[in-house]
Design a protein around this ligand. Structure first.
Ligand code: ADP
Length: 385
């Protein structure tokens, strides 16, 4: 999705693609096929690049270290990226910086799990520090018996340093802050978004987060910008967070005020919670990422309308979604459809729809949500009219 702004700016992208039919390889002419874990392939690819950036977090540390030693400009740098690759590293650093996090612990043994659960109470949330996405690698556990299978995996892939344990946060909703930061230190932020998850997968994003306390919005954006600055992030960064009511007992940002936030996790790349920016913002996260990693001045992150609603399109029964276009486009000319050229698998994120407009009222937001919901359901084959 970086390709449209790259075309507009006449920048040449290359992608190290996992296969010739990978979504990015279908639209970027120079897309050699290779594994991101294969040092020789990554090195050969990077040799031809002015700047290397990432669209996922899974490039191993030794590969990144070798590129850095070769003098390849990497944005974000491996030192920053580790906080998006490793949730234990992220929790440790954010805690040092005094940013509000759920209570957490690192555990390798049943005794350590018991000790943490005794502090925060069951249930607890168990996470694989590395390699998780879309809720895979996250489990709410109600007893030690449910944690046992995790403990037996300690030392293996994703659990090399043990488990990340967190208190189960009783959040009122989930929010996301997208920011961008350039190597020169210029930074920009989009408004705080509300993300709605269904079965651990984000299904809807509302911008700005409706009825968000202004002080909390400012605190969350300041927190994200501070993280980006302290960690030396370059490019776009997403901070996912939980909104919690009142003092949660978890060491929250602003003590006893009506609501506060806790940081869930970080991503250092264009992120699903920022897809709304393609249609809903003056500068999309993809254009902003290109500007940031090239150290160009950043673009205006203002919204185009009082409300923007993004609905994710997940794989359903139908292998071909094109036949849905005629009905949807006729029904709703303001609807924007984005499909990523991925093969259909049930539950897989295949694309998204965006609508924007309204007058800032709750009623106009409800109408936009209904339009986005209808379109996503129709594309997925959940409804047929
Ligand atoms: P992933 O890296 O797979 O996206 P996350 O850490 O974002 O995993 O967790 C996925 C979802 O699980 C979150 O969006 C949230 O709904 C829930 N979750 C994660 N951590 C906690 C927690 N400490 N307390 C309550 N719910 C949580």
């Amino acid at each position: 999705m970086c390709q449209p702004p790259a075309v507009a700016l006449s920048l040449t992208l290359s992608v190290l693609a996992e296969s010739p039919t990978a979504s990015a390889a279908l639209v970027v002419p120079h897309s050699p096929v290779g594994e991101h874990t294969d040092l020789a392939a990554v090195r050969e690819f990077a040799r031809h690049c002015d700047v290397v950036t990432f669209d996922h977090e899974h490039v191993p540390a030794d590969v990144l270290a070798a590129l850095e030693a070769d003098g390849i400009p990497l944005h974000p740098s491996p030192a920053a990226l580790v906080h998006a690759q490793d949730k234990l590293a992220m929790r440790r650093r954010l805690t040092e910086l005094g940013l509000p996090c759920p209570r957490w612990a690192q555990a390798r043994t049943a005794q350590e799990v018991e000790e943490f659960a005794a502090q925060v109470g069951w249930p607890i949330v168990v996470k694989a520090p590395r390699g998780g996405y879309d809720g895979k690698g996250v489990q709410v556990c109600r007893s030690l018996a449910e944690v046992e299978p995790w403990l037996s995996g300690v030392g293996e892939a994703g659990l090399v340093d043990g488990l990340l344990l967190e208190e189960a946060v009783d959040f009122t909703r989930e929010l996301a802050v997208m920011v961008a930061r350039s190597p020169s230190g210029q930074a920009a932020a989009w408004p705080v978004a509300q993300t709605v998850q269904t079965d651990g997968v984000c299904t809807e994003v509302l911008v700005p987060a409706p009825d968000l306390d202004e002080d909390l919005a400012v605190a969350a954006v300041e927190g994200a910008l501070r993280i980006a600055g302290e960690l030396g992030v370059t490019g776009v960064m997403a901070m996912e967070l939980f909104e919690v009511a009142g003092p949660s007992g978890a060491g929250t940002a602003d003590g006893s005020a009506g609501s506060a936030y806790l940081v869930n996790e970080l991503a250092m790349r264009p992120h699903n919670s920022g897809h709304w920016t393609i249609d809903g913002s003056v500068t999309s996260q993809f254009e902003q990422h290109l500007r940031a990693v090239l150290d160009l001045p950043l673009g205006d992150p203002s919204t185009r309308a009082p409300w923007t609603v993004m609905g994710n399109v997940l794989g359903g029964e139908h292998p071909d979604l094109y036949p849905t276009y005629r009905h949807l486009m006729a029904r709703d000319p303001g609807l924007k459809i984005h499909l990523y050229g991925k093969g259909v698998r049930p539950g897989r994120k295949l694309g998204h729809v965006t609508v924007f407009g309204g007058d800032g009222s709750a009623g106009s937001l409800a109408e936009l949500r209904e339009r986005a919901r209808h379109a996503a359901d129709y594309l997925q084959g959940v409804i047929d009219e």
